[in-house]
Design a protein around this ligand. Structure first.
Ligand SMILES: Nc1ncnc2c1ncn2[C@@H]1O[C@H](COP(=O)(O)OP(=O)(O)OP(=O)(O)O)[C@@H](O)[C@H]1O
Ligand SMILES: Nc1nc2c(ncn2[C@@H]2O[C@H](COP(=O)(O)O)[C@@H](O)[C@H]2O)c(=O)[nH]1
Length: 213
């Protein structure tokens, strides 16, 4: 099934930030969204974390050394960046800005510190927090994924509680009990956000200018 957002695009696209603790299912939900909403664009982050089995450079992440990453930061090429459980993660700025400028919506799947930095720069963005049905279910999802060491699982679970505490800074919270339902909720939010009157103001101004001409 493909989405039918059914909006008249405002001039700029909408920036959507999807956060939530490690293992909650952000990546899984985004993958499902790709087939349901092919018109959405997904930002590819840079990271210093080593690739997991099957991850492809330029598709899942741009894999960088710490030196390369910090050079990108120095060159102001990152919209935001953060250190998470010992590795750097960041969003390349140019791709996001160009996508929004072209009128397309873009999703950033990022952790909370980075999301709060994006909120300072793009307060008009839509900030969505994904929650697990419970903390034991979160742990069993991280463990079940089979990608993390015991130490990494412990670290990610302890950061998860800090992240959940910062949920108050987000606009929406969604429980990822079922992937399809989580996708529907995100697409519902997006439809509503496209109908916000503030996003239409510049378009209406343009009409008025034409009539008054
Ligand atoms: N609704 C769901 N019900 C059951 N299992 C799920 C659900 N969503 C995701 N999962 C499973 O949970 C595990 C973690 O999912 P995923 O890798 O998408 O999480 P993530 O939030 O992207 O994690 P990270 O932030 O570490 O990249 C995967 O094995 C995935 O199949
Ligand atoms: N601040 C940012 N966080 C990011 C970015 N890309 C991914 N992430 C988040 O990092 C953690 C860990 O990811 P993992 O792939 O190692 O499991 C997770 O919460 C991601 O959402 C980014 O560009 N900036």
């Amino acid at each position: 099934m493909t989405s039918n957002i059914g909006y008249t695009p405002a001039e700029k696209g909408i920036l959507i930030v999807l956060s939530g603790p490690s293992g909650v299912g952000k990546g899984t939900v985004c993958k499902a969204l790709r087939s349901k909403a092919p018109e959405l664009v997904y930002s590819v982050s840079a990271t210093t974390r080593p690739p997991r089995e099957g991850e492809v450079d330029g598709v899942n992440y741009f894999f960088k050394s710490r030196e390369q990453f910090l050079q990108l930061v120095d060159q102001d090429q990152m919209l935001e960046w953060a250190e998470y459980v010992g590795n750097f993660y960041g969003t390349p700025r140019k791709f996001v800005e160009e996508t929004l400028q072209s009128g397309k919506d873009i999703i950033l799947e990022i952790e909370v510190q980075g999301a709060l930095k994006v909120k300072q720069k793009f307060p008009e963005g839509v900030f969505i927090f994904l929650l697990p049905p419970s903390l034991p279910e979160l742990e069993s999802r991280i463990v079940g994924r089979g990608t993390e060491s015991e130490e990494s699982i412990r670290n990610r679970m302890s950061v998860a509680l800090e992240e959940i505490r910062l949920m108050e800074h987000y606009d929406y919270a969604i429980v990822n009990d079922q992937v399809d339902l989580a996708c529907e909720r995100i697409l519902g939010i997006l439809t509503a956000e496209h109908c916000r009157k503030d996003r239409m103001v510049s378009k209406i101004k343009h009409w008025m200018a034409e009539v008054n001409h």
